[in-house]
Design a protein around this ligand. Structure first.
Ligand code: SUG
Length: 468
């Protein structure tokens, strides 16, 4: 689908509109990628607990996805892996004294004791869960904020034993990434307490005009889990609290007419929808969602449609998938809704779907029908193999945080430290060589208690090929 300027409904004059470009930021999958069974309400993670993992294959699958997205002409960035085991976490949980944390024999002893007495804690200390960057935080471009400041609020990830520790480390990485960039704030997570549990952009959708030159405004939908009244019905606890979603929307300084709150349906959470991006997604004017994703879904869609059309003077394009066509469990198994929907530089939207979607005849045919139907903006699909990440409940969209950046940030990357994090062929090649050099081919939980293993994976991250 190509738009020329005569077809555009322009909100404001063209000169006033700072063009936004969507960028993808993926986390590199770490050398300790494993199946700890720690994902709350995450059926893949629970089913695969303690199976042998393949960190090298996992990381190369992630790299291949970034190569593919970049080859479509979409700006791709990356974040290096974090150091594991996380010794501060082990110190704070009492497995090693802070004064002895650099003492090799004390470390060796701590790893062994922790493996014997509290294996889940040791698995958490080694987790590579930072790779699912969609959970790193929630971003809002300054064009949407009443004070014109772009903000990234890091997520506290306080629902999960193994994920809360990511927040501060990612805060430091994003602070470096945005060094030298004007009018952007990287914000520490809201307090990591249960009533404010937050999982970042996995529970956030930003709708926008069909084409960025029409308007740089966004309509933000924040999705949270059930309130206290309905939690009794759930086998799985919802990870995002309503208070957290409301707090983040205020933090981002969003006007009320650009903000909507939605509640996940308890049936979806029980079927393994631990984040909204497992069952609904959006891109610009496209809303792809399962009929059973939300509580009072029809009312929500009406609200999104009304606010969308008021803001942009254009119709929303909702694609609703009913349970008769794709039941919830099949949506969760194939991760159709966790596909990346990418706006191509020359128009149209392209889906990057997990290979599991291609392997399901119903899902494959559905995607084929969307592409054949010229009324919607979807023009193509590619299927990517992310088997290791998928076995932990992480699809293509989980591995990336998307952000709408003012085009000026991208026009000269050398003015900031963004250039260090840009994905290109040279970076990809260096990172592949580094993966081949350091990543174990196979990993079992027993490896975690070996001090030589802990040292090897720590060295691996230290030797990450830095840019520039
Ligand atoms: O938080 N899995 C992650 C998957 C995150 C997916 N992200 C999005 N939907 N955006 C999670 O449940 C499993 C790790 C383990 O079990 O070792 C895990 O953390």
């Amino acid at each position: 689908m190509n738009l020329d300027s005569s077809q555009l409904h322009v909100v404001g004059s063209l000169q006033e509109v700072p063009k936004l470009t969507e960028v993808q930021i993926d986390g590199i999958i770490g050398p300790t990628h494993h199946f700890g069974g720690l994902g709350v309400g995450n059926v893949a993670s629970l089913a695969n607990q303690a199976k042998q993992s393949h960190p090298r294959a996992a990381a190369l699958e992630g790299v291949a996805k970034m190569d593919h997205v970049a080859s479509l002409g979409v700006p791709q960035f990356f974040l290096p892996p974090l150091t594991r085991p996380h010794w501060d976490f082990l110190v704070r949980c009492g497995w090693i004294d802070s004064k002895q944390r650099f003492d090799r024999s004390k470390q060796a002893d701590a790893l062994k004791r922790c493996a014997d007495e509290s294996p889940a804690l040791l698995s958490a200390a080694y987790s590579s869960s930072y790779m699912w960057t969609a959970n790193a935080g929630t971003f809002c471009p300054g064009t949407d904020a009443v004070d014109g400041v772009s903000r990234l609020v890091l997520a506290n990830l306080s629902s999960s034993l193994h994920r809360g520790m990511e927040a501060v480390e990612r805060y430091l990485q994003f602070s470096d990434l945005f060094r030298g960039v004007e009018k952007v704030q990287v914000c520490l997570p809201i307090p990591a307490v249960d009533p404010l549990r937050d999982e970042g952009a996995a529970n956030h959708m930003r709708f926008a005009a069909p084409h960025p030159v029409q308007s740089s405004l966004g309509l933000h939908v924040f999705v949270h889990g059930a309130g206290a009244a309905s939690t009794g019905m759930l086998s799985f606890r919802a990870r995002q609290s309503s208070l957290a979603s409301h707090t983040i929307s205020k933090f981002l300084r969003l006007p009320i007419e650009q903000t909507i709150f939605a509640e996940q349906s308890p049936e979806a959470v029980d079927a393994g929808v631990f984040h909204n991006d497992v069952i609904a997604t959006s891109n610009r004017n496209l809303f792809l969602y399962h009929a059973d994703a939300f509580l009072n879904g029809d009312q929500l869609v009406r609200e999104i449609r009304t606010k969308y059309e008021t803001l942009f003077g254009e119709p929303l394009y909702p694609l609703r998938i009913d349970a008769e066509l794709i039941p919830l469990h099949q949506a969760v198994r194939t991760y159709l809704f966790n596909s990346q929907i990418l706006s191509l530089p020359h128009g149209g939207m392209h889906l990057v779907c997990p290979a599991q979607c291609e392997q399901s005849a119903e899902v494959r045919e559905l995607i084929g029908a969307w592409i054949a139907d010229a009324r919607n903006p979807i023009v193509g699909v590619s299927y990517v193999h992310l088997n290791e990440s998928m076995a932990n409940g992480g699809g293509p969209a989980c591995l990336r945080l998307r952000m709408d950046w003012p085009a000026s940030w991208l026009s000269d990357l050398s003015m900031s430290s963004l250039a260090k994090y840009r994905w290109n062929e040279g970076t990809s090649q260096k990172i592949k060589e580094w993966i081949d050099r350091f990543y174990p081919e196979r990993l079992a939980m027993d490896d975690f208690q070996r001090i030589d293993f802990a040292e090897h994976v720590t060295l691996a991250v230290r030797e990450f090929p830095t840019q520039g």
